[in-house]
Design a binder for this molecule. Structure first.
Ligand code: DI6
Ligand code: FE
Length: 410
């Protein structure tokens, strides 16, 4: 007979299924079985065989329902903050100058190393709660503020624990190649060798879903990035890359050679990089919060990405240096205003394509039978409103893996 079913009905569904605008279904219903969607469609077409198994019905009064939002690029686990550097930048110092003078990422590494596991967990959990209150059900968390075997492992354990204790799907990415820690000053190749050597242990402990690196003039060279990627490939781990954020290092083309899940930032991406990403099927993760907060002027090549058929995702890049924001909805708005995405592209970027960027393309990011039952009920009538309002949270309910985690009692 199967498990009892819960029917969420009287909804306007933006399923994000391909083929029609927003995958829109009017007078729609979602049938949930355990943690999965059992059936999705117009309520009038609900199969008769399933009706007797419906145990609970929750009427949504015509509200908009979308898939749970997916923030596919964050650095959520860290200690301290960098409001002082923000002030310095406002007085004219550049992000590069601050980093080269030993501030920037390395300042956060110091604050992270002195924080206890409990403090790191509580800080990150508070940040995650803000994201979740706006409809986020899946989150990627990168390490990269530990930069030693001990502290990278600690940060990844905190990220894993968030996935266990919060109603969230968490993907953990090792970003040991984020910056050069002071112990390795002048010896970047030695650091990369060390970071490659940590990977098998981290993987054996189940702490790594993907490997990322920061390939830029203030971080690591393409050669060093390649070494990291080879170590990942030897372990069967997928790769991602912070590529062409501040300069063009041709990192995206390199990442594409390793079949990267995604290349992220991409303001300085060129045509060859776009073609390489298209051929490899890598997702372009655009991060308008970092673009905004660093007062970037170089725009990512959105038209070329679109033309080449590269899927575009949008994420917060939440971190204390270049993007301290915690609103994925605001990122949708900024992706439209700064990058000229359409509101539908922006929403696909925080659902379908974000899932793909995390290797979850088959199970998350769309409202479709068989997928995980992650969805959000909004106090909105039309899906283009999601990218339109800002500074307002229209989220009414969040359901994650079939269980309501935000919203009034059902
Ligand atoms: N690019 C970024 O925007 C963040 N990391 C990266 O590689 C910034 C991280 C920070 O400034 O703390
Ligand atoms: Fe980042």
């Amino acid at each position: 007979m199967g498990e009892p079913l819960t029917l969420w009905h009287q909804a306007r569904l933006a399923t994000l299924r391909p083929g029609t605008p927003w995958g829109l279904v009017e007078q729609g219903a979602l049938l949930v079985e355990g943690d999965r969607l059992r059936w999705v469609g117009p309520e009038a077409e609900l199969p008769a065989a399933l009706r007797p198994r419906i145990e609970r019905r929750i009427a949504l009064g015509g509200a908009l329902v979308t898939p749970g939002l997916i923030d596919c690029h964050t650095h959520l686990v860290y200690g301290g903050h960098r409001a002082q550097e923000f002030e310095l930048r406002l007085k004219g110092a550049s992000y590069d100058e601050i980093a080269r003078a030993g501030g920037g990422i390395r300042a956060t590494v110091s604050a992270t190393r002195v924080a206890t596991d409990g403090q790191l967990f509580n800080l990150a959990a508070e940040r995650a709660a803000v994201l979740m209150s706006e409809g986020v059900t899946t989150l990627e968390i990168k390490s990269g503020y530990g930069l030693s075997a001990e502290h990278e492992a600690r940060c990844l354990r905190v990220a894993r624990r968030l996935g266990r204790e919060l109603p969230l799907t968490v993907r953990c990415t090792s970003l040991a190649a984020h910056a050069l820690p002071h112990e390795f000053t002048g010896r970047p190749d030695d650091y990369i060798e060390a970071a490659c050597a940590w990977l098998p242990t981290l993987q054996a402990e189940g702490l790594v879903d993907a490997v990322d690196a920061f390939c830029d003039s203030i971080a690591f060279t393409p050669g060093q990035t390649r070494r990291m990627f080879e170590a990942a490939r030897a372990l069967g781990l997928p790769v991602k890359l912070h590529a062409e954020q501040l300069s063009n290092q041709h990192g995206a083309a390199l990442a594409a050679q390793f079949g990267a899940l995604s290349c992220d930032h991409l303001e300085h991406l060129d045509g060859d990089g776009v073609r390489a990403m298209a051929a490899a099927g890598s997702v372009a993760v655009l991060l308008p919060g970092a673009f905004y907060f660093l007062r970037e002027t170089q725009l990512p090549p959105v038209a070329a990405l679109r033309e080449a058929g590269v899927p575009i995702a949008i994420a917060t890049d939440h971190n204390p240096g270049s993007a301290p924001g915690l609103s994925l909805l605001l990122m949708l708005n900024m992706a439209c205003t700064f990058f000229r995405l359409t509101p539908e592209e922006a929403l696909r970027g925080a659902t379908v394509h974000a899932a793909q960027a995390l290797g979850l393309g088959a199970t998350h990011g769309q409202l479709e039978a068989g997928r995980q039952a992650d969805f959000v009920v909004w106090d909105l009538a039309a899906p283009n409103e999601l990218a339109y309002w800002f500074g307002r949270n229209p989220c009414l309910r969040v359901v994650r893996a079939g269980v309501q985690t935000v919203g009034p009692e059902t």
